[in-house]
Design a protein around this ligand. Structure first.
Ligand SMILES: [Zn+2]
Ligand SMILES: [Zn+2]
Length: 109
């Protein structure tokens, strides 16, 4: 049998579905959600091409394809800190609202 085979399977972005939909798992730069084709190449010549099943993320920076679920989530919006903070009327320090007395100065809350 003759097993030597120069070629391989490549993925090529066909169409951008959503630009900047995520971030590259390898380099962290912006990645696009794309429709892609699988391309079978033999001796560097494409001989067969068929569409991929599901859209993939594609990084234009390092030319990497990866599933959307592996994409790094965008940074979460910063929550305003301390939504339920009670301040002591005497020393103005943040105190747990369940306390009846300020643990810092002992004043009644
Ligand atoms: Zn990348
Ligand atoms: Zn206090």
């Amino acid at each position: 049998m003759f097993f030597f085979f120069v070629g391989g399977l490549e993925q090529q972005a066909r169409r951008v579905l959503k630009s900047g939909a995520g971030r590259c798992v390898a380099c962290g730069s912006r990645a696009d959600l794309v429709d892609y084709d699988k391309v079978l190449k033999v001796f560097f010549v494409p001989v067969w091409r068929w569409p991929g099943k599901a859209p993939l993320m594609h990084c234009g920076n390092c030319n990497l394809f990866f599933p959307p679920s592996a994409s790094l989530p965008p940074p979460p919006p910063r929550m305003k800190a301390e939504p339920h903070v009670l301040r002591c009327g005497s020393c103005d320090r943040a105190v747990d609202p369940e306390f009846s007395f300020c643990p810092f100065c002992g004043a009644a809350l």
